[in-house]
Write a protein that binds this ligand. Structure first.
Ligand SMILES: [Zn+2]
Length: 503
């Protein structure tokens, strides 16, 4: 989910910056051959090893039923359109047969457009049916997909890139010399106890809810474009003014790309993970700050919950109407937070930058590794992440800084005069103002109240357990409550009723 939607909270945090040991490097990197996605066997997961730290590579021996996306996409010279082919192996991991599949086409709800054609399921032609204001297509299956059975779906897709910022917070389009490609490929939503999680695009908050999957993506693009993506680059070739780059990501909940001719990068290595921070050259000072904050946050959350799983983490500054947006293995941060002469919400650079980066890094644990239904239960995503961002300030600067950050939650809640609107509603049940105030303000205050009821030590153990026992699965509000009750050996009905359910 977006972090800090139109926030007005005050984050009065001491930002004693450590001197950076960053070094600047400039592409182009040397060529490296990689097989095209189509040449890689569905069961061959070795290509994903490079993106995972050693301790996580055993994951590749499991998750056999996770979807695998093979995507080839060409970015046009004017950066205003994409042409792609996608092949997905999808396994029915439910206990009921499926008579149809869905693919979501997010550009149709974000100011651009996607069309799909030549759709086949296991080689048989299928006619896609547009639904939900064209933001999804339903594919009737030639025969029902039984539990445990897999199907291979292939399609061509064409994407027109948005030019007007506005749809979905400006996360998809070409603005200010930066191409931002949120949800650019057709993607299968989660099937769960509600059936398919597909709906008209909600006006507020995050719109995605995906299962952890694997992505092999080959991108052909103008060779002066610097691409920042989920996963790691496994291949690079040049031909006729173009670069052909191959990326492998997974397990991960999504695949995202941002690109600009203007990007420069500063990098640092933490353990087995390389952290890269990209920004247009004029914003390099901001990129160095963002790098430092990301490194500190990765260390803080790694110690609290378990190691960051990937060998790469990227931060890219992009134009957008939110402050930041999380993606697997990377984050996009609003360009205006990088301006050393600017102020955001009346606060000096880089105060808001720090809380935004820490918030988005926290989503690597809560959103990417532990998934959740961001549309129906946004508090399980954002309230937890806001609370955890407070723990970053505690770890980095101590209790006074953590208290300042907590005060910002009160400020947010006060935007609806502290109304006792439950935090547990679906995104679509809040007005825009309520959404920010309740989910990002009252939400973390609930988590803090829960921590106080459990005792901080018990709560910290519970949250670590919740994280570790839901890795690469889906966490729900019910699971969160049940596990908290196990840890405290108590009944938490009253506190959940007061804050979450609104009974
Ligand atoms: Zn968030």
């Amino acid at each position: 989910m977006k972090s800090h939607l139109h926030p007005t909270g005050l984050y009065l945090v001491a930002t004693a910056l450590v001197v950076l040991g960053a070094c600047q490097s400039t592409p182009p990197a040397p060529t490296r051959a990689a097989p095209s996605p189509a040449e890689v066997d569905w069961d061959d997961r070795t290509v994903f090893q490079e993106g995972l730290i050693e301790a996580e590579r055993a994951l590749l021996d499991g998750m056999a039923g996770a979807s695998t996306y093979h995507i080839e996409v060409r970015i046009a010279n004017d950066l205003l359109s994409l042409q792609g082919q996608e092949t997905v192996r999808y396994t029915n991991q439910e206990d009921v047969p499926l008579d149809a599949l869905y693919f979501q086409l997010f550009p149709n709800a974000a100011g651009g457009s996607t069309t799909v054609s030549a759709v086949t399921v296991d080689g048989q032609k299928v006619e896609p049916q547009a639904e939900f204001q064209n933001s999804a297509v339903r594919l009737p299956l030639p025969s029902p997909l039984q539990p445990g059975e897999a199907a291979v779906i292939a399609m061509d897709f064409e994407v027109a890139v948005a030019r007007e910022m506005g749809g979905n917070y400006g996360l998809f389009g070409y603005f200010d010399d930066v191409l931002v490609l949120d949800g650019f490929y057709p993607v299968i939503p989660v099937y769960d106890d509600e059936g398919w999680n597909v709906q008209d695009p909600p006006p507020n908050g995050d719109v995605t809810y995906f299962d952890a999957s694997f992505y092999l993506v080959r991108v052909t693009a103008p060779d002066d474009l610097v691409l920042v993506t989920s996963g790691v680059e496994t291949g690079r070739e040049y031909a006729d003014g173009e670069q052909i780059l191959t990326f492998a990501a997974g397990p991960a909940r999504d695949f995202y790309m941002a690109a600009s001719e203007e990007y420069v990068v500063v990098s640092r290595t933490v353990g087995e993970t390389t952290v890269n921070s990209y920004a247009p050259r004029r914003q390099q000072q901001g990129a160095e700050h963002a790098l430092q904050f990301a490194v500190m946050a990765l260390q803080s959350f790694g110690q609290r919950f378990g190691a960051y799983p990937y060998t790469e983490y990227d931060v890219a500054s992009t134009p957008m109407l939110a402050l930041g947006m999380e993606y697997p293995g990377m984050t996009a941060i609003a360009l205006n937070l990088y301006d050393p002469d600017g102020d955001v919400l009346g606060l000096p650079f880089p105060v808001v930058l720090e809380s935004t980066v820490a918030h988005e890094v926290a989503h690597q644990w809560f959103y990417n590794v532990v998934g959740n239904d961001q549309v129906d239960e946004p508090w399980v995503d954002e309230a937890i992440v806001q609370y955890v961002t407070g723990l970053y300030f505690l770890d980095a600067y101590g209790p006074a800084a953590a208290q300042s950050f907590q005060d910002s939650w009160e400020d947010r809640w006060n935007r609806v005069d502290g109304a006792d609107i439950p935090i547990g509603l679906p995104t679509g049940d809040y007005t825009g103002q309520e959404y920010g105030a309740i989910v990002y303000g009252r939400g973390p205050l609930f988590i803090a109240a829960l921590a106080e009821q459990l005792g901080q030590e018990t709560f910290d153990e519970f949250l670590r357990d919740y994280y570790q026992s839901h890795q690469w699965g889906i966490g729900t509000g019910d699971a969160f409550r049940q596990m908290a009750e196990q840890h405290c050996q108590c009944d938490l009905h009253d506190i959940f009723a007061e804050w979450v359910y609104g009974e």
